[in-house]
Design a binder for this molecule. Structure first.
Ligand code: PLP
Length: 397
């Protein structure tokens, strides 16, 4: 059976829980390449594998089921998230799609009210019509969440910090609520990466990443990742991965592995540049609101301090007066920041959620969630911080 073989393959690489994180990003879950001693896992650009006798092979039969390059990446994310199992998909959304396929019509899923726009679209425009029920709430308010739980509630889906409002949700507290009610807890850890926060250690059951962002880190690949410890759910997810087939290609797996090797170094710089940009925005008269977990008046600053190593490089803010025309002027003048969707790459990006990443969210939902006309989201890159601050200052003033 390929499923149990896949699981036993997984066990091969994951034997290094004792390594420190900064070593794991480079070696975690990796096995020595036997052919020529290649230090990087080769890009196994093959669809199939020779068998010596029917059913007798070297552990790989067909690349939808498993591929050695993808396997190395899957072991890497498992190692970084302190998980037993890792899975890689063609995109972050296809990873979430695979998780949703664990459920059946009638099941209820509670999620955050300011979810990533693409996840919101997948939930509401695709899975709703197959009978899954989605409820969106402010997951900071545990009393409200508890009232929404019914015997049909099967999953709570958390993003923290959220996109683009940078709300912070207490993973350990939600996990207690989930355990009490026998509900799975899934965390989209894209914004934090396992360098800043490890949801499984805080009690989550499934952690997911858009590896497109910080993990790959160079804006050159679309990829999704899942890590978890539960063997049964892992078997189901491997079954879904192979049956639905939304796998990543070996080249994309290679690029992501390559990116992960510098994750710790990049994240430190994203965080320190983020802090400098925050300090600048804080004293800027034309800026009204700032959303960043390091802000002491951030509603969940203390939770962020508790569950995150540092505060990250994602910052949102609004202009006083809330005029869309200010956004246009500002984004046109920027020279170092690029106006683009996505985040988490080495280069600094600026995004206007209302017209870009969150355009698929109905206007009334956007406004209720604080995604106003002048809300800007910055993905602070790893350039020189003085150039970044200068660029913002010139464009704002
Ligand atoms: C980008 C993103 C996704 C979707 O990932 P893709 O790789 O673009 O499919 C999901 N969640 C969050 C928080 C994201 O930022």
């Amino acid at each position: 059976m390929y499923i149990s073989r896949t699981l036993s393959n997984h066990a091969r690489g994951i034997n290094n829980r004792i390594m420190k994180f900064n070593t794991k990003v480079i070696h975690g879950g990796q096995i020595k390449e036997k052919g020529y001693g290649a230090v990087m896992p080769p890009i196994y650009q093959t669809s199939t594998y020779a068998q010596s006798e029917p059913g007798v092979h070297e552990g790989y039969e067909y690349s939808r089921t498993q591929n050695p390059t993808r396997h190395a990446l899957e072991n890497s994310i498992a190692s970084l998230e302190n998980a037993k199992y890792g899975l890689a998909f063609s995109s972050g959304l296809s990873a979430i799609d695979a998780i949703l396929k664990l459920f059946k019509p009638g099941d209820e899923i509670i999620s955050t009210h300011d979810l990533y726009g693409g996840s919101y679209r997948l939930f509401n425009k695709i899975y709703k019509k197959y009978g899954l029920k989605f409820i969106f709430e402010d997951l900071k308010d545990l009393e409200k969440v508890e009232k929404l739980i019914t015997p049909k509630t099967k999953l709570i889906w958390v993003e923290t910090p959220t996109n683009p409002m940078i709300n912070v949700i207490d993973i350990a507290a939600i996990s207690e609520l989930c355990k009490k009610n026998n509900i799975l807890l899934g965390v989209d850890n894209t914004f934090s990466t396992p360098y800043l926060q490890r949801p499984l250690d805080l009690g989550a059951d499934i952690v997911m990443h858009s590896g497109t962002k910080y993990l790959a880190g160079h804006s050159d690949v679309i990829i999704g990742l899942i890590a978890l410890n539960d063997e049964k759910i892992a078997e189901n997810l491997f079954f879904i991965q192979n049956s639905s087939g939304a796998i990543c290609g070996p080249m994309d797996a290679f690029l992501t592995l390559r990116g992960i090797k510098t994750l710790h170094v990049r994240m430190d710089r994203h965080c320190s540049n983020g802090e400098k940009v925050f300090e600048y925005l804080k004293q800027c008269k034309k800026v009204e609101k700032i959303y960043w977990p390091g802000l002491e008046s951030h509603p969940n600053h203390l939770v962020a301090k508790k569950q995150m190593k540092k505060f990250g490089g994602m910052i949102s803010f609004t202009f006083a007066g809330n005029m869309y025309s200010d956004v246009v002027k500002f984004t046109k003048k920027l020279k170092v920041f690029t106006l683009a969707e996505s985040l988490g790459g080495v280069e600094s990006l600026v995004n206007h959620p209302a017209t870009m990443t969150h355009a698929s969210m109905p206007k009334k939902d956007r406004e209720r969630n604080g995604i106003t006309e002048s809300l800007i989201r910055l993905s602070v890159g790893i350039e020189d911080s003085a150039d970044l601050v200068n660029d913002l200052d010139k464009a704002i003033n």
